[in-house]
Design a protein around this ligand. Structure first.
Ligand code: ZN
Ligand code: ZN
Length: 357
């Protein structure tokens, strides 16, 4: 079968048509993948970024955001049927560590990760435990179903901060930032302010429900954010950029007693004014990793099926997986938002024009 693999500890992936098709073991489900979302994590693994090195087993098939059809059932599988359209949670939790046993399996100590430590979804077929399979509602498109995983990250961030009736600052309007804006709007946020260095992304942020979009490279934006929230500063910060300057600017503009949820991944330790921006401010800071399993999956489905959330404009490209190098090149520009690979028999379809410009 076709598979995109990380075989060498250098830049790039290896595409092969010779990978052995996996067999579902007891309690496992075989999925014929039709569409797969391309994530910043995949780009990090492609480029062999230092933060990915310790998490990736060389030889692994990459990709963790996917939708497909059930193509085989291991012994004892009872809740899914062949042919069913499904997505899957990419974090395989152990079920027995302290986080798992206290309802926090998204931060499992022994987690195995699809497309990093176990074979993932950039392939014709992938095997996942039955418990990780998520049947997809008929009204959700294949492209959206392929990105339920990052929509879940955004949902977790928004829900952990609590945005209803609150003013919200989103630093970084890339894919997850943009999705968070749409979710925060749907979840009843007050004024939403986005920041990004890209004009194209600021425009999309406004389309998705932000009231204001400020240039992230303008040192005056924290003052503007305070001004736009009645002088107090935003009630909530959703930090999506991982950029050290944006993190400290975001915390400095947060109102006294505000809440920050940090999802962006800094590539090195970040210096903060803890005394003034956290301690004296009485701020609450939450780290966000993965998605609450499976609460956020239900929340995402409820918003998508109810029509409160439409993320079509976040998906900028649909690319046959054999053109994967073009996808990663596009991700290095601001020309792409979310890219979805088309896999299997549909993969002869041509590139869709970018949604924006
Ligand atoms: Zn991802
Ligand atoms: Zn665990």
């Amino acid at each position: 079968m076709f598979a995109l693999q990380k075989t060498e500890p250098t830049h790039g992936f290896t595409a092969t048509t010779e990978a052995p098709a996996p067999e579902p073991g007891p309690g496992e489900v075989l999925i014929a993948v039709t569409h797969a979302g391309v994530c910043g994590t995949d780009k990090g693994i492609y480029e062999w970024a230092p933060w990915t090195v310790s998490h990736v087993s060389l030889g692994v098939t990459v990709g963790h955001e996917l939708v497909g059809r059930v193509a085989g059932l291991g012994a004892g599988v009872s809740r899914v049927r062949e042919g069913q359209r499904v997505s899957a949670e990419g974090h395989i939790a152990c079920g027995s560590c302290k986080p798992c046993r206290t309802g926090e399996s998204h931060v499992c100590k022994n987690v195995r990760v699809l497309g990093a430590s176990v074979n993932g979804g950039f392939a014709d077929f992938v095997v996942v435990p039955e418990g990780n399979v998520w049947p997809v509602h008929d009204s959700i498109s294949d492209e959206t179903a392929a990105i339920l995983d990052p929509i879940g990250n955004a949902m977790h961030t928004v829900m952990t901060a609590g945005v209803a009736g609150r003013t919200v600052l989103v630093t970084g309007a890339g894919v997850i930032g943009a999705i968070s804006i749409a979710i925060a709007r749907a979840a009843g946020a007050g004024t939403i302010i986005a920041t990004d260095i890209s004009a194209r992304r600021r425009e999309l942020a406004l389309d998705l429900g932000a009231d204001h979009a400020l240039p992230g490279d303008d040192p005056e934006w924290p003052e503007q954010a305070r001004h736009l929230t009645g002088g107090d500063g935003p009630d909530v910060l959703l930090e999506m950029s991982g950029n050290p300057t944006a993190i400290s600017q975001g915390l400095s503009s947060l109102r006294r007693g505000g809440t920050a949820a940090l999802l962006g991944v800094p590539t090195k330790p970040v210096e903060l004014d803890l005394l003034n921006d956290v301690v004296f401010k009485g701020a609450t800071i939450r780290g966000v990793f993965g998605r609450r399993m499976y609460e956020t999956w239900h929340q995402v489905e409820n918003m998508l099926v109810g029509g409160r959330l439409n993320l079509d404009s976040v998906i900028s490209h649909r690319i046959p997986i054999r053109d994967y190098e073009r996808a990663f090149a596009l991700m290095s520009s601001d020309q792409a938002m979310k890219i979805v690979f088309v896999i299997g028999e549909d993969s002869s379809l041509t590139l869709r024009t970018p949604a924006r410009g």
